[in-house]
Design a protein. Structure first.
Lengths: 156, 127
């Protein structure tokens, strides 16, 4: 176990940075991130987020998911704001994002920034609401702005 | 608004009717299935994820080896061939063909369908 909160955060950053770079060298970080989130959520959503109940409304489901993740101590969701409806969600993620340092490093290195939290929300919506949403990091900053829109694409 | 998924399904069904092609699929570059004509017993989700991985790695290999732009990946095996290529910025086209297939014919049909898929998805992005 990491002995401090800072140690746990550094361990997270070590693995996220390394895995993103490794997946990039293999050619498909989007596939990698989506698969990690899907497998992780399917395995841990019930045990690590026991009180999470997804509303049928996509924006409400994102709000409830973030609240539960926060309540379980996985990350601070207090600086995250959701606006929108069942078809389109505008997300603002502030300074307290657990992935901010990694995203900043990648941004400074001139590498693409992938919003891991947006990908997690997309996968949560796919699993819980059977809904396909495409997320786009519209601006990386303080706060980050992400737009998630329901897609016509559906799994056959 | 036209049903994008319906149009993609028609395109993929038409491709599947080309002789020598057993089945076909359109998948997203992040490994999700869009539509397919894969037979029972083949998991489309696994095919989609593997295709995305194959194309991603192949694109990276051509780049690293300074071989220009990636065109397609062909995987040959005892029972047939798996062909995958890009279909615009967001999608990939994959076909499963017989081992003795006329590849020229199949590749021509795939090229035509990939262009059609790209056009269909471009309309969706604009609308």
């Amino acid at each position: 176990m990491p002995t401090t909160k800072e140690g746990a955060q550094r361990l997270l950053e070590f693995f996220i940075y390394g895995m993103l770079a490794a997946s990039e060298s293999l050619g498909n970080p989007q596939l990698f991130l989506r698969t990690v989130e899907e497998k992780g959520l399917r395995k841990f959503m019930l045990t690590d987020m026991p009180r999470f109940e997804a509303s049928n409304n996509a924006t409400e489901a994102c709000r409830a998911y973030t609240k539960e993740v926060d309540a379980e101590g996985l990350f601070d969701g207090s600086d995250t704001v959701f606006r929108g409806d069942d078809d389109e969600i505008q997300v603002e993620i502030g300074d307290r994002c657990a992935y901010r340092r990694i995203c900043t490093m990648r941004h400074d290195e001139g590498r693409p920034v992938y919003c891991i939290r947006a990908i997690a929300l997309e996968e949560m919506l796919r699993i819980r609401l059977d809904a396909n949403f495409d997320g786009k990091l519209q601006s990386f900053g303080r706060p980050c702005h992400i737009r998630m829109a329901r897609t016509e694409w559906r799994e056959s | 608004m036209t049903d994008v998924w319906q149009e993609l399904q028609e395109a993929i069904e038409e491709l599947s009717h080309v002789s020598d092609i057993k089945a076909a699929a359109v998948v997203r570059r992040d490994g999700l299935v869009i539509t397919h004509t894969l037979p029972d017993g083949v998991d489309p989700k696994i095919v989609a994820a593997m295709t995305a991985a194959i194309v991603g790695t192949s694109e990276m290999a051509t780049l690293q080896l300074a071989q220009g732009r990636f065109t397609r990946a062909i995987i040959e095996s005892d029972e047939g061939k798996l062909l995958s290529t890009g279909a615009g910025e967001e999608a990939l086209l994959v076909t499963l063909v017989y081992s003795d297939a006329n590849l020229g014919l199949v590749l021509m049909a795939m090229e035509k369908t990939a262009k059609r898929v790209e056009e269909i998805l471009a309309v969706e992005v604009v609308s």
